[in-house]
Design a binder for this molecule. Sequence first.
Ligand SMILES: Cc1cc2nc3c(=O)[nH]c(=O)nc-3n(C[C@H](O)[C@H](O)[C@H](O)COP(=O)(O)OP(=O)(O)OC[C@H]3O[C@@H](n4cnc5c(N)ncnc54)[C@H](O)[C@@H]3O)c2cc1C
Length: 391
Amino acid sequence: MKVDVAIIGGGPAGLSFARALSGCGLAVAVVEQQGHDALADPAFDGREIALTHASRRIMEELGLWERLPAEEISPLRDAKVMDGPSLFAMKISASASGHDQLGFLVPNHLIRKAAFESLMAAGEATLLAGVRLVSLERRAEDVLLTLSDGTTIETRLLVAADSRYSETRRMLGIGAASRDFGRTMMVCRVEHELPHDHVAWEWFGYGQTLAMLPLNGNRASAVLTLPEHEMKATMALDDEAFGQAITARYDGRLGRMRVISTRHSYPLVGVYAHHFAGTRAALIGDAAVGMHPVTAHGFNFGLQSAERLSSRMRKAIEGGRDFAANALLADYERSHRLATFPLYQGTNVIASLYTDDSGPARLLRKAALHVADRLSPVKRAIAAHLTQSVA
Ligand SMILES: Cc1cc2nc3c(=O)[nH]c(=O)nc-3n(C[C@H](O)[C@H](O)[C@H](O)COP(=O)(O)OP(=O)(O)OC[C@H]3O[C@@H](n4cnc5c(N)ncnc54)[C@H](O)[C@@H]3O)c2cc1C
């Protein structure tokens, strides 16, 4: 098979990127290891994705937003950050940036479903589901791919969108800085007695980190971060015992909590690729930047990478130039690195500081939160970043 663009990975970033190329006149193939049914109707995976206003705009343009069930889009009005047992909270308010909400919460599996449906409705890309990339060979004019079922693809551009653990990145000889935080994050939906007023919490406790993401109704996504051995024991509890445990961990601040979904756990590893581009190859989504979820940037960056690369390719095609030229790919890499690197580093610093329970770190944590709370430019900057409509 001969195509212009082969995308490895039909996750939310790969599918969004493929959809962003619709109407360009390019032959696009998406290679995904999961079967067709898992893509068409993805299972709930516990993740509730906090989306910025800029991401909403991109999703609207790609025809994803209109496919999300309205009742599954929960407004994220304000956020507060707490440290240890103290009742003090740094508040980040949408009104600081002139908006009525900071962003939106949408379940990850419904984003995947919307991306799949939008791509299929556009009817241009070829989907190769249930197969993996086995090997690649870079040649003068193209890249030759061999898939697990023996299919070969000759492509003018190869795009890796196969997660932060990307094998394609490795096959391309591109390394990555990776940071294992030694923690596991558990996510599930809970129902609770008291209203959350659509305010998200990030609560850096001692020995645990908790977040509460407000969903429509008296429901929330409970996000619990623990060392792996403690997480194993917590995951082993039955739903009744887990409900009691999580109520206690949240200090009863939302009243009694009851689990209403399956529970899912994820090891916390941050990854930043050394390069986002090479000859006739580019990295997008988590394959380029795999964020620690604490600042909720991962998929927002994934969408931005899809937009940055596809818009450059469109311009080149309109101007009759090579859409996979080295200069174009290098320009994509530069712009995406500029937009993501400071936030990747900053997120890692926050994640490390607030999981360090030593005496000096506790003092620093408390001081940092109080200082940031008093500096309204800091809070305004965070609110403005979340609410900006242009990435
Ligand atoms: C608990 C948690 C909470 C999060 N919360 C947020 C949030 O609030 N906001 C936010 O913006 N982001 C958040 N994220 C991050 C977000 O989920 C990711 O950034 C996003 O899923 C990345 O999409 P992707 O398509 O790049 O990669 P993935 O979702 O990892 O998809 C990769 C795809 O590639 C396929 N694949 C892998 N290897 C191969 C292969 N060899 N051949 C073929 N196919 C392959 C996989 O099957 C998969 O379908 C969160 C993440 C976690 C874990």
